[in-house]
Write a new protein. Structure first.
Length: 246
């Protein structure tokens, strides 16, 4: 992985802290590229770094004995990886894999401890995000049990679009089927439906959201519910406030 990339700090947890805390973190964090397929942590593997994405999507996956997977939760620039550490856990709660390319800041756990002890705002921001992520986990249980494949595909793509700031992003249908626990043919049919209705463009593994309003009409209400809970620190950043015609 490349280190110390000259890229902007856009992680909302970091950006919500006070200037002196951000200056401290900047001296301790290392920025690295994230590549789709990278395994950041195996399930229960102890954390050596907290990871703060600025761009890209990270999935926490449950892996069954027969090899099937389904996403427990996803993390983008609204959060960080290592939230269980704050609540006494020492390891990852799932197989942790990069789904969409990007970059992130890596912070050693010893430096995270020092930052939380020195700056109240750091601990507060991280605890708020941890609470938001627990809400996301509960919403996803309901979503996976009650909503159609196309609704779930649309919801996931909306969240990815938020985390990529509206840019095109590489994502295979195979990867999408693995995170949603759906058959590849089912995901293909859903993507075809969304494409034919002008909500997305899909070509050679690249996806772009061409009409957010239309894509939201295919999604379930879980998108809005999860989004409302995912941006508790800096609500002005919430994609729910974005103009869908932008």
């Amino acid at each position: 992985m490349s280190e110390q990339l000259p890229l902007p700090i856009t992680n909302r947890v970091i950006c919500s802290t006070r200037a002196e805390a951000r200056a401290f973190l900047a001296t301790r964090m290392t920025m690295r590229e994230l590549h789709a397929g990278d395994v950041l942590y195996e399930e229960c593997q102890p954390f050596d770094h907290a990871i703060f994405p600025h761009r890209g999507v990270i999935s926490l996956l449950a892996r069954m004995e027969d090899g099937r997977t389904v996403e427990k939760a996803s993390i983008g620039n609204e959060g960080f990886l290592g939230f269980t550490y704050l609540r006494g856990g020492r390891g990852a709660i799932g197989l942790t894999v990069v789904q969409i390319d990007g970059y992130a800041s890596f912070l050693r756990m010893s430096d995270l401890d020092e930052a939380m002890e020195t700056f109240t705002c750091v601990r507060y921001a991280m605890l708020l995000y941890s609470k938001a992520l627990i809400s996301q986990l509960m919403e996803l249980v309901a979503c996976n049990g009650l909503h159609s494949a196309t609704q779930r595909v649309a919801r996931w793509l909306l969240h990815a679009d938020d985390r990529m700031n509206g840019s095109d992003f590489p994502l295979t249908q195979e990867a999408l089927s693995q995170v949603l626990g759906l058959r590849r043919a089912t995901v293909s049919a859903s993507c075809s439906q969304l494409s034919k209705n002008g909500a997305i463009r899909y070509s050679r593994g690249m996806i772009s959201v061409s009409d957010r309003t239309r894509l939201r009409s295919f999604s379930c209400e879980c998108y809005d519910r999860i989004t409302a809970r995912s941006y508790p620190i800096t609500p002005d950043f919430s994609p729910a406030t974005r103009n869908d015609d932008d």
